[in-house]
Design a protein around this ligand. Structure first.
Ligand code: ADP
Length: 400
C-alpha cells in the first residue's frame, strides 16, 4: 500500500485528499507524462480515500479561521495519518510552456513556478505557498507539482497560436495554454475504457462543465484543441466568467464607460456568465428558475448550451472522426437538461442523446446515446485528485 497526499491550495482555501493506493493500481504508471498516467484502459484497482476535506476562509479576518496557508496546512496535517507517506502531489494551475509533464519539486522548479505568476496572478502564488509550506512541514517527503496546463502541451502551433503580432506574443507569452488538463486527461482515458477501446484509437470531445468550464478535443489520448487560452477566461460560458467575447468589448467599456481595467477584469471573471445573465452561478438554481418561467434564466441557459454546441461542431471538424462526446464535472455529470439541449439538432452528425438514458438517475461512467449511435455520448465522473495522485506516484517511481 502506498500513501499519497494531494493538496489543492487556492487563494483562500485548501482542499486535500489522502489516498492509500494498492500496488496493482499503479500498474502501467508511465514516466510521469500526463498521457501515460497510470491505469490505462484497465484502471481497475480502486484507491482507498483515507481522508478528504477543505479548509476555507484562509487569510480572511474570520475569528478562528487560519490566517495563512502555513497555519491552514499545519492544522490539516496534524489531523491526518501521514505515517508512511510516499509523496505529496500539488495541483499547480499554470505551468506555462516550461512544464509539459509533472515535476519533482526542487528549488529550480519552485523558481520556475514563481516566474509564471504574471500569467496566473490569482492561482500560482497560492499553489506555490502550499508547496513551500508542505516542504517545510514534511522535509524528506517528495513533493510533485502537477500542472493544469501540461496535458495541452501537445497542441500543434496552429492550435495554440493567437493571430496577433508575433513578436509581441513571443515577448509577453501570449499563447493558448489551456486548463483543466488533469480532468480532460482522466476523463478521456476513462471514456476509452468505458467504450472498451484502446486510448490511442479513440477521438473524444471532453466537456468539463463545473463552475469553470472548458472543452477539449482529444485525439488518441492527446489534447489537440481546447477552449481556455492564455487564462481560464476564454471559451465556454461559465458560472461567473463570460467565456468568448469580442475583445473590442474591453476597449469599449474602457473608453466609453470609463471602466478601469481592474474593474473590467472583475466584470468578466466574476460578474459575467450565468451570474451576469441571470444573477445566479449555480446551475441547479438556474434550472429551477427557468422551469418557473424566468426569462433571464431561460436566455442564460440557451446561451450556455449554444456555446457548448458551437465547440462540439468546431472540434468535430478539428478531429475529422469523432468517437465520443463526454460530459463531466458538476453540471456535466448532473444536469440532463444541459446535455440534451447542448447536443440537440446534431443527428445528421451522428450525435444524439437517448432521453431515458440521459434522465436515468444512474451514477458512474455511462453511455447516454442510443445503442449503435455513430458517436457515443457519455457521462464520466471526473476525479482530478486521483489523477494528481496517479501522476505524482508515476513521477516518484521514476522512468521505467
Ligand atoms: P468546481 O469547478 O468548483 O469544481 P463543480 O464541478 O463542483 O465545480 O461544479 C459546480 C457546478 O455544478 C455548479 O454550477 C452546480 O450548480 C452544478 N451542479 C451540481 N449538482 C448539480 C445538479 N444536481 N444539477 C445541476 N447542476 C448541478
Amino acid at each position: 500500500m502506498t500513501r499519497v497526499l494531494v493538496l489543492n491550495c487556492g487563494s483562500s482555501s485548501v482542499k486535500y485528499r489522502l489516498f492509500d493506493v494498492p500496488p496493482n493500481a499503479q500498474a502501467g504508471a508511465g514516466a510521469g507524462t500526463a498521457a501515460a498516467a497510470p491505469g490505462g484502459a484497465g484502471e481497475v484497482a480502486a484507491p482507498l480515500v483515507v481522508a478528504t476535506g477543505v479548509v476555507e476562509q484562509i487569510g480572511e479576518r474570520v475569528p478562528g479561521a487560519p490566517r495563512d496557508h502555513a497555519e491552514a496546512l499545519a492544522a490539516v496535517m496534524s489531523d491526518l495519518p501521514l505515517e508512511g507517506l510516499t509523496a505529496v502531489g500539488h495541483r499547480v494551475v499554470h505551468g506555462g510552456l516550461t512544464f509539459t509533464t509533472p515535476a519533482l519539486v526542487d528549488d529550480a522548479v519552485l523558481a520556475a513556478i514563481a516566474d509564471l505568476v504574471p500569467l496566473a496572478p490569482l492561482h500560482n502564488p497560492a499553489n506555490l505557498a502550499g508547496i513551500e509550506v508542505a516542504r517545510a512541514l514534511l522535509p524528506g517527503t517528495p513533493q510533485v507539482a502537477v500542472f493544469d496546463t501540461a496535458f495541452h502541451r501537445t497542441l500543434a502551433p496552429a492550435a495554440s497560436t493567437y493571430a496577433i503580432d508575433a513578436a509581441t506574443a513571443e515577448r509577453y507569452g501570449i499563447h493558448r495554454y489551456g486548463f483543466h488538463g488533469t480532468s480532460h486527461a482522466i476523463v478521456s482515458r476513462r471514456t476509452a475504457a468505458l467504450l472498451g477501446r484502446p486510448l490511442d484509437e479513440v477521438n473524444t470531445i471532453t466537456l468539463h462543465l463545473g463552475n469553470g468550464a472548458s472543452a477539449c478535443a482529444v485525439e488518441g489520448g492527446r489534447s489537440v484543441a481546447t477552449s481556455m487560452g492564455l487564462s481560464p477566461l476564454e471559451g465556454l460560458v461559465m458560472g461567473t466568467r463570460s467565456g468568448d467575447l469580442d475583445p473590442a468589448i474591453i476597449f469599449h467599456l474602457h473608453r466609453v464607460a470609463g471602466m478601469p481595467f481592474a474593474e473590467i477584469d472583475n466584470l468578466l471573471n466574476r460578474r459575467s456568465g450565468l451570474t451576469g445573465l441571470a444573477g445566479v452561478n449555480d446551475m441547479r438554481t438556474l434550472l429551477t428558475r427557468r422551469a418557473a418561467g424566468d426569462r433571464a434564466a431561460a436566455l442564460a441557459f440557451d446561451v450556455y448550451c449554444r456555446r457548448i454546441r458551437s465547440y462540439v461542431g468546431a472540434y468535430y471538424a478539428e478531429l475529422g472522426r469523432l468517437d465520443a462526446i463526454t460530459f463531466t464535472a458538476g453540471v456535466g455529470e448532473n444536469a440532463p437538461a444541459v446535455r440534451a439541449a447542448a447536443l440537440t439538432g446534431l443527428d445528421r452528425l451522428g450525435i444524439a442523446v437517448d432521453p431515458a438514458r440521459n434522465d436515468s438517475p444512474e451514477r458512474g461512467a455511462r453511455v447516454i446515446s442510443p445503442p449503435e449511435a455513430p458517436v457515443a455520448v457519455c457521462v464520466v465522473p471526473t476525479d482530478e485528485e486521483w489523477e494528481i495522485a496517479s501522476q505524482t506516484l508515476a513521477v516518484v517511481a521514476g522512468p521505467r
